[in-house]
Design a protein around this ligand. Sequence first.
Ligand code: FES
Ligand code: FES
Length: 166
Amino acid sequence: MSERQLVVLTVNDTEHEILVEPRRTLSDALRHDLELTGTHVGCEHGVCGACTVLVDGAPVRACLMFAVQAEGSRVTTVESLGHDGELSDLQQAFSSHHGLQCGFCTPGFLMLAEGFLADEPDADRDAVRDALSANLCRCTGYQTVVDAVADVATRRRTSASKETRS
Ligand code: FES
Ligand code: FES
């Protein structure tokens, strides 16, 4: 067993010190060391995207990154969405468009979509579909997930343009 080392991780704006082996993945550190079990682990080799979190705002597969590599970066997980028991706009849209069934893939899709929309606020439906193709879902057939994210993209644009005008 390799020697464990102290890592300082900033997750959802909170700093945590954890003692981990260098081979500890970020997904395992989040789930087992920080008890942030909203980040799901499916394939563990970078294919399914269930483990997607944001690292410095960009979607990253947490099963492919070591926790030690995330030191000094800003990690954002699905637990950051929604406040005081209220769903975020994206979570609400997944619910109202029936964008989830078993929900296993959902945290990964939510974080992928958050990162994508922050980077591409003007994305149209085709761009949304293309971005979401990075992650796998075994239940929904994808249309409803695309509907949810495209809906939020439109709503955010509308609200941004109203703010600009006021
Ligand atoms: Fe990380 Fe599948 S669990 S990509
Ligand atoms: Fe079941 Fe996506 S909702 S895997």
